[in-house]
Design a protein around this ligand. Structure first.
Ligand code: DGL
Length: 274
């Protein structure tokens, strides 16, 4: 008989906490285990091979803890590692483990937010380079045009708690203007990096009025709810004591200090070695 397990939520660092927060709001009954690979973050500018290797190691860590369902709450890992993990890694692993990403559930609904049929996607360089959003959105909304803009400075600013600084203003303005230059009729901007909601205020401030700015947390939470409803054989194995445990590959003290701005409440984490 299989033992009940916590749902695993993974990010390269703190960003996935913005997604976990929404998942917990929508599905508070389950137990969740969060891992931030802070020691090796950011992933955004790293090669496919490196992101793939790091993500696989973290996913294996969740499996060792008994998790059978892991959400990659990181666009970079979803873009660069998910397919490989699903197609080549999982089949070599015993038991029926599932790993889900954040790109497909977002692509499935994002076209509903635009009237002009022009969507802007702000993401890490890695996610942009992978073209995952352009390809996935086209599958669900063939008549929607997708314009991507890499924002390589945003994650370091956020990870270093400098997202309220003047430097952050400069880089928010710069990337939003670069996106607008691609098409001035963009009426919906997707924050395709789980860190970016921390810059929401500045992004709204520097975007054209009436532009819809969409963060992924609620979309991913709704999609997980739907997934569990469609897979009762997995849902019945998810333990339901409403616990949340947090792990980081870097200093737990640092994680606890910084994480509350992403999660909205204080966190006590444990350091682990990957
Ligand atoms: N939060 C990750 C994402 O959604 C990116 C952070 C990083 O560059 O490590 O893409």
């Amino acid at each position: 008989m299989q033992k009940p397990f916590s749902i695993g939520v993974f990010d390269s660092g703190y960003g996935g906490l913005t997604v976990l927060k929404e998942i917990v709001k929508a599905l508070p009954q389950y137990d969740y285990m969060y891992l931030g690979d802070n020691a090796r973050a950011p992933y955004g500018n790293r090669s496919f091979e490196t992101v793939n290797e790091y993500t696989k190691e973290c996913v294996d860590w969740f499996f060792e803890q008994g998790c059978h369902l892991v959400i990659l709450a990181c666009n970079t890992a979803s873009a660069k590692a998910l397919r490989n993990i699903q197609q080549t890694h999982l089949p070599t692993i015993e038991g029926h483990k599932r790993v889900l990403g954040v790109i497909r559930p977002t692509a499935e609904v994002i076209g509903n937010f635009t009237q002009s049929k022009n969507i802007g996607v702000l993401a890490t360089s890695g996610t942009v380079q992978s073209q995952s959003y352009s390809l996935e959105i086209k599958k669900f909304f063939p008549d929607v045009n997708v314009y991507q803009q890499a924002c390589p400075m945003w994650v370091p600013l956020i990870e270093n708690n400098a997202h309220h600084s003047q430097g952050a203003d400069y880089f928010v303005k710069e990337y939003i203007h670069a996106l607008e230059k691609q098409n001035s009729n963009i009426d919906c901007i997707l924050l395709a990096c789980t860190h970016f909601p921390l810059l929401m205020e500045k992004i709204i401030e520097h975007s054209p009025v009436d532009t819809k700015i969409i963060a992924q947390g609620e979309i991913v939470a709704a999609s997980l709810k739907d997934y569990l409803e469609r897979h009762p054989e997995i849902e019945m194995l998810c333990s339901k004591d409403s616990t949340r445990t947090f792990y980081t590959s870097d200093s737990a003290e640092d994680f606890d200090k910084h994480s509350s701005i992403f999660y909205g409440e204080s966190i006590q984490s444990t350091h682990i070695k990957i």
